[in-house]
Ligand binder design. Sequence first.
Ligand code: ASP
Length: 345
Amino acid sequence: MTSSSSLLLIYTGGTIGMRQDASDQTLKPFDFSQILDVVPEIRKFATRIDSVTFNPLIDSSDVDPGIWQKLAEIIRDNYEQYDGFVILHGTDTMAYSASALSFMLDGLTKPVIFTGSQLPIGVPRTDGRENLISSVEIACAKDSEGHALVPEVCICFGSQLLRGNRSVKVNAEAFKAFQSPNYPKLAEAGISIRYNTEFIRKPLDWYQGISINTRLDTRVSILKIHPGITHSAVRYFLCDPGTRAVILETYGAGNAPSAPWFIDTLEEACRQGKIIVNVTQCLTGAVDMGIYATGKSLEKAGVINGHDATTESTLAKLFYLLGKSPENQWVKDMLVRNLKGEITK
Ligand code: ASP
């Protein structure tokens, strides 16, 4: 840890930034330019803390790729002036935003830490204070050579530091609201913060500049398989001419119904050039289409293996890859590669 770090706090909205108004007890947005008065503890970790507040503030249910572009631009424009970035964000779509930023920021050598809270920062028993203090400490942490300890896009929540594109919101009430089911925690905050250094991604070149990819193609949909799913629903999703890619949320290790109409529809969509990615509905584990006949027929139809990726990061990866190229074959080739630590390969 160094005390000479500088930090940019970006407040987008969400529960964390609410304060109870003493006059009428209603929740009002908190002014983050005053953050040092309310959470003076963070002064210990950085000599300079500045903040940017979105206007209007957004509930994260309203997050869209335009917000991700704005975040990427703020980070790029301020990159040289700060050692780390903390993004205060609603929890509902935090895993999507953290996944998206991990693909949109290239050459990252500094921490970008998303955090939020289940209870507003201005109410008793809030989890917002601890989440914010740990995020600031992590965003300012450096090794003995002065490099960032965590040069990744992460989520810091409920005393855990998780890789952003491995995270999932798993609890609507508990303070430990996020998990990274297929990848170890990057750190755990207890009496001190214990880093799992061997699992943290390190850049190949610490002195490369950052560049951002803001061109995203959102022609993607998600189809969750379920018993009783109808032919017309499957057709609607897979053969829609306005869609370039479909994430198929399948059972277990990547299985789906074996009914001929289902496989025929998949084959037809693949023939049309659609990109269909198989991810599992299970929280933990990976797709392996070689185990059961039902999985094998998906593979034969041309479905791509999503491995152990979350749905959130697969969606973000598709937006990013489709935005990079009109060539669906190139996108398919890139999908199965581990680009930012989002799949185990
Ligand atoms: N609905 C809120 C949001 O995601 C909930 C939260 O902040 O946790 O913005």
